[in-house]
Design a protein around this ligand. Structure first.
Ligand SMILES: Cc1cc2nc3c(=O)[nH]c(=O)nc-3n(C[C@H](O)[C@H](O)[C@H](O)COP(=O)(O)OP(=O)(O)OC[C@H]3O[C@@H](n4cnc5c(N)ncnc54)[C@H](O)[C@@H]3O)c2cc1C
Length: 455
């Protein structure tokens, strides 16, 4: 058992691990240092820090418990205030943030009763040095020791797409962090007339809903390779007609992307709707990813990732209605194409798009990059991660999906694996593929707590 554990990161993954650890009663009390960063609300992180009721969870309430051992956790929290809320509802993410905060308070009380000592440190860890008997953590001029450390850093800061020139970045008209823009949008006067979004996933949908409400006269153009919106959940939850065991077994027997797509198409054709088939894979995704050889993983990323993300990460039906409403009102247009370049021309940005061999241009007063998570540790400006990679304390996943680790989150370095350095959440995508949403994170937190406490 590790007695002094450092958790680095201020989001839901860190909060969930904290809750798992403080719930237990190991033979000796724990000392936990939670480096939550400079945030007013530790635990909410990027996803649940929003105060907008337009931003809904994309997972039904019944599946959003923080803890693997308490599947009704979020629902019970909600129904205490409003018994009419159903497990199939899609609630505002703000409410999930409230739940996280309430669970952190409860965990701290419980931890105190169990004799654990918890220190919430409002600093960012700048560097970390793993040694044979523990780790040293450095923030500013200070350094602290721990027996073990867990990286719960979420996704890395976004990088500009290739082809965006320096003048565009310097102009302030090219936005890489859409969440910061949403926080500041009410103070932007006058609002931009034309806004272009690059990327059309769930982040783009969030940004569109919020900005279209705040800037009703603005015209939005959303660009993606296929110009398609994310798919939507059905209004009624459905269960698959079987448990998918046969499909999973066939996929395991033939770990080859072309074959898997064929099997999935066949399975979907036998159901009245494809969604239950995709959902039935969820508990098996990391196992399937594990059996997939590296060159097949690369093939998946090149050819099937886009379709998988679109079917797997769905929006609530009411969000689809709102986005369709924006299109019908003429406030939103979708365009197909790859962005080749973004340049500052006079006082606006000019995007050059290519689709099916044809090139065209588009002008916008503001361009927002909404291309999804960046977890490529090989080219990041995240200070701690850069230091860890530069010093070969951690190793990059060969496909740029995060760090090399085992399935329990134990981190690898070039010569083997660390006994006392772990990760949870998005950085584990190279090992687990699906590793960003709460249903995966809560299971990781539980397994990690077992490891740290030597259960
Ligand atoms: C907009 C959005 C909507 C989502 N909706 C859902 C949903 O409906 N359902 C679902 O299951 N999942 C959803 N997700 C997935 C979501 O990523 C997870 O549910 C969860 O929030 C991930 O938490 P995290 O702690 O891993 O990452 P984050 O929330 O990103 O938190 C990591 C935190 O660590 C901090 N940090 C980074 N480096 C350091 C350092 N060196 N020192 C200290 N702190 C540091 C960061 O600043 C950040 O605050 C959504 C994600 C986003 C972005």
């Amino acid at each position: 058992m590790f007695r002094r554990v450092a958790i680095i990161g201020g989001g839901a993954a860190a909060a969930t691990l904290l809750g798992e650890l403080l719930e237990r009663q190991p033979p000796q009390p724990l000392h936990l240092d939670w480096y939550a960063g400079a945030t007013a609300a530790p635990g909410r992180g990027v996803a649940y820090g929003t105060r907008s009721d337009r931003h809904l969870l994309n997972v039904r309430a019944a599946s959003m418990s923080m803890f693997a051992g308490k599947p009704r956790g979020f629902l019970d929290f909600l129904q205490r205030d409003d018994p009419a809320i159903a497990g199939t509802d899609f609630l505002p993410r703000r409410r999930y943030g409230d739940y996280l905060e309430a669970e952190i308070v409860r965990a701290l009380e419980q931890g105190k009763a169990h004799g654990h000592d918890v220190n919430i440190i409002p600093f960012t860890v700048d560097a970390l040095v793993p040694e044979s008997d523990g780790v040293t953590l450095i923030h500013g001029e200070e350094s602290h020791r721990a027996d073990a450390a867990v990286l719960a850093l979420g996704a890395l800061p976004p990088q500009p797409l290739g082809g965006v020139n320096a003048a565009s970045l310097e102009s302030g008209r090219y936005v890489m962090d859409p969440w910061q823009l949403l926080a500041d949008a009410a103070n932007i006067h006058p609002p931009p007339r034309k806004v272009a979004l690059i990327g059309l996933g769930l982040t783009a949908v969030d940004v569109l809903l919020e900005l279209a409400a705040q800037w009703p006269q603005t015209e939005f153009t959303a660009i993606s390779r296929h110009g398609l919106l994310p798919t939507a959940h059905l209004s009624r939850a459905t269960a698959p007609t079987d448990d998918g065991a046969e499909l999973i077994a066939s996929m395991r027997d033939a770990p080859e992307i072309h074959r898997w797509l064929h099997l999935l198409r066949e399975a979907c054709a036998q159901e009245t709707d494809w969604r239950p088939v995709i959902d039935s894979l969820r508990p098996h995704t990391s196992g399937l990813w594990h059996v997939l050889p590296l060159e097949q993983r690369a093939r998946f990323l090149r050819h099937a990732r886009w379709a998988w993300e679109r079917m797997r990460h769905r929006m609530p039906p009411q969000v689809l209605d709102s986005i369709t409403g924006l299109e019908q009102a003429g406030q939103l247009q979708r365009q197909r194409g790859r962005v080749q370049s973004v340049e500052l021309v006079d006082d606006a940005l000019q995007l050059t798009l290519n689709h099916a061999g044809e090139t065209r241009t588009l002008q916008a007063d503001l361009v927002i990059q909404t291309v999804g998570l960046d977890t490529d540790v090989r080219r990041t400006r995240h200070r701690l991660v850069r230091q860890l990679v530069t010093n070969a304390h951690i190793a990059a996943d060969p496909l740029g999906l995060g760090v090399q680790a085992d399935a329990t989150g134990r981190l690898h370095h070039n010569g083997g694996s660390w006994q006392h350095l772990f990760a949870i959440g998005s950085l584990l995508r190279g090992t687990l593929w699906e590793s960003t949403a709460m249903p995966e994170i809560r299971q990781q937190a539980r397994n990690l707590a077992d490891q740290l406490l030597g259960d």
